[in-house]
Design a protein around this ligand. Structure first.
Ligand code: NAD
Length: 337
């Protein structure tokens, strides 16, 4: 029986992982994150399983290796929180779930668009207060709007297809265009500057890499249409949040839907309602009535949770059976490449 330490778990993750747990794995669910301060809690386990806010830097990788732990199983797609070079240097295999349910994230991004375009959060708050006024609530149709999709991988491709169903004109940019998507007459690949200049809605579906960090910044915002909607369900640091706030203050950006925030790890998934938000940038974002923030929940569907559990367990079992799984450290598997 292999013993696995799961970090940063919540009720929803514990119940889905218990539901699909194979008999040959024993799981201990920690609520705390894996960090340099908590890595000692991994002692005695055969592997660790982590999520988006755990931190595997050089120190953590070295300590895990010293404890004899040679497998870090990510139960998410993104791995910007893991120092892969350090893991490889210490002989640690890192696996991930490269794709679990792209529709979950794509649909959430479109949900943000619809809620913002029709002021639904304000509408809900108003009627609950007995305020049935429509002042300030004029929305816009998605029909015939131009939606700019940045990144047409698994999730962006699905979002682009959903938006064609709304009869949007979809402009797309990706350094590696999807040839199937290109055949759709409502989707046109173009360059980033054209997307910035012509889109009514801009939505991001790219990984966080040194080359994509702050791709939405003062310069790119300056190139956008007046009154654009910005959606980010990918990774917080794709957007320079202070630049976004400047754009919102001038009205250049009419509204923003954010499922991710660059400094989210201290707040997202936690109940902070009894305390004070000390992050002034996040606090400022939350003051805008045209900004909708969700707590990195785009993946949170029954369908995605089932797939995440099954693929994570499969990666762990394959590793202990001497196979590679969706490994990031020893040559990318075909789905990860
Ligand atoms: P993917 O790897 O399938 O697709 C990413 C695409 O981005 C690729 O086609 C790649 O060529 C393209 N790309 C890379 N650099 C680019 C650039 N500079 N400009 C434009 N395109 C670029 O990834 P995916 O599974 O579609 O995930 C997309 C994003 O969604 C990732 O950031 C991932 O971490 C995030 N995500 C968020 C959640 C959530 O719950 N919010 C869940 C899963 C994934």
């Amino acid at each position: 029986m292999k013993k696995i330490a799961f970090y940063d778990t919540k009720d929803f993750s514990q119940s889905s992982f218990e539901k699909y747990r194979p008999n040959d794995l024993s799981i201990t669910y920690f609520e705390h994150k894996l960090t340099p301060d908590t890595v000692a809690s991994a002692a005695g386990f055969d592997a660790v399983c982590i999520f988006v806010h755990d931190i595997v830097d050089d120190t953590v990788a070295k300590r895990l290796a010293a404890m004899g732990i040679r497998l870090i199983a990510l139960r998410c797609a993104g791995y910007n929180n893991v120092n892969l070079e350090a893991c490889a240097a210490y002989g640690i295999t890192v696996t991930r779930v490269p794709s679990y349910s792209p529709p979950s994230i794509a649909e959430h991004s479109v949900a943000l668009m619809l809620v913002l375009s029709r002021h639904l959060v304000r509408a809900h708050a108003r009627v609950r207060e007995g305020n049935f006024s429509l002042n300030g609530m004029v929305g816009f149709e998605m029909h015939n709007k131009t939606a700019g999709i940045i990144g047409t991988g698994r999730i962006g491709r699905h979002a682009a297809e959903i938006l064609t169903g709304f009869h949007c004109k979809v402009l797309a940019f990706d350094p590696y265009p999807d040839e199937e998507l290109r055949k759709n007459s409502r989707i046109e690949y173009t360059d980033l500057d054209t997307i910035f200049a012509e889109s009514d809605i801009i939505s991001l579906y790219v990984p966080l890499l040194p080359s994509t960090k702050y791709m939405i910044n003062d310069d790119s915002i300056a190139k956008m249409k007046q009154g654009v909607m910005l959606i980010n369900t990918s990774r917080g640091a794709l957007v320079d949040t202070k630049a976004l706030i400047r754009g919102l203050k001038t009205g250049k950006i009419a509204c923003a839907g954010l499922d991710v925030y660059e400094e989210e790890s201290e707040y997202f998934y936690e109940d902070k309602s009894d305390g004070v938000i000390t992050d002034d940038v996040l606090a400022r974002l939350l003051t805008f009535n045209n900004v909708l923030v969700t707590s990195h929940q785009a993946f949170l569907t029954h369908e995605a949770l089932q797939k995440i559990a099954e693929i994570t367990y499969n990666n762990i079992q394959e590793y202990f059976a001497g196979k590679r799984g969706h490994s990031l450290t020893y040559g990318l598997c075909s789905q990860c490449a």
